[in-house]
Design a protein around this ligand. Structure first.
Ligand SMILES: NC(=O)c1ccc[n+]([C@@H]2O[C@H](COP(=O)([O-])OP(=O)(O)OC[C@H]3O[C@@H](n4cnc5c(N)ncnc54)[C@H](O)[C@@H]3O)[C@@H](O)[C@H]2O)c1
Length: 245
């Protein structure tokens, strides 16, 4: 039980890799606050130690409510996983729309910064606090059809490295997981999912998409004591896709 006695907050945990992460941490002993939009609230009973809160992370007040709920329900926060994200497949000319840009930045960047700031005192008290941000292969590689998304994921990685430098003095590590093409509700909603998946597979030496559990396993490692001396790192979990993009 790697996470016995520890409390984790996982955003975007109503599905995909966030749900897999929340369940993995809970299965290894953590008490986990799973955060997502109300529409993603679980319909079945949750395993013990796993609690859901509906919050729209675009709203600063909702971010405060998430932190308050973790403190009230569990008494503190040791691990923050900033996983919630939206994709903006919008560009025909490299720009996209004002609306998409704002939406992607607000969820993928602003909320990560705000929630990290909101819980940092809890993480300091934890003594071995962890922040794990979900970036993307697009944290380092560009995309001509998703400029807002790519910019947001570069920003997440930049924030990860900056916070790692700032918070190391408090025993807090800050890392990013950089997934490649992953089979989740987000990617399944792409109108061209099959073509996208074929490209993803063909670029991976392992010739498959990532599963949400592949990502959850990497997050759990970075959250564990085994990763105590790793900070400011971006861990590709992409089946080697980054080697050929
Ligand atoms: N699927 C991929 O191929 C892929 C690849 C690289 C990175 N990622 C990143 O992984 C993370 C998880 O994505 P996923 O593929 O599991 O997608 P997903 O859509 O299945 O899960 C993302 C979750 O975030 C939630 N969310 C979105 N906006 C929110 C908001 N305003 N407030 C609260 N919750 C909100 C969604 O409701 C959803 O449940 C995202 O940051 C995504 O950008 C995904």
């Amino acid at each position: 039980m790697r996470f016995a006695g520890r409390v984790a907050v996982v955003t975007g945990a109503g599905g995909g890799m966030g749900e897999a992460t929340a369940r993995t941490l809970a299965a290894e002993g953590a008490r986990v606050l799973a955060v997502d939009l109300a529409a993603k609230a679980p319909t079945a009973a949750l395993p013990s130690g796993l609690r859901f809160i509906a919050a729209d992370l675009r709203q600063p007040d909702a971010i405060k409510a998430v932190a308050a709920e973790a403190r009230t329900a569990f008494g503190g926060i040791d691990i923050l996983v900033n996983n919630a994200g939206v994709v903006g497949h919008e560009a025909v000319d490299g720009f996209g729309t004002e609306e998409t840009w704002q939406q992607v930045m607000t969820v993928n960047v602003d909320a990560v910064w705000r929630l990290s700031r909101e819980v940092v005192e809890d993480l300091k008290r934890a003594g071995r606090g962890r922040i794990i941000n979900i970036g993307s292969v697009n944290s380092e590689f560009p995309s001509p059809v998703a400029p807002a998304y790519t910019t947001s994921k570069h920003a997440v990685y930049g924030l990860t490295k900056s916070l790692a430098m700032a918070l190391g003095q408090f025993g807090i590590t800050v890392n990013a997981v950089l997934p490649g093409a992953t089979d989740t509700p987000m990617s399944r909603a792409f109108p061209d999912f099959e073509a996208w998946a074929a490209v993803g597979r063909s670029h991976s030496p392992l010739n498959r998409l990532a599963t949400p559990q592949d990502i959850a396993n990497a997050v759990a490692f970075l959250a564990s004591d085994e990763a105590a001396f790793i900070t400011g790192h971006g861990l590709y979990v992409d089946g080697g896709l980054h080697l050929s993009v």
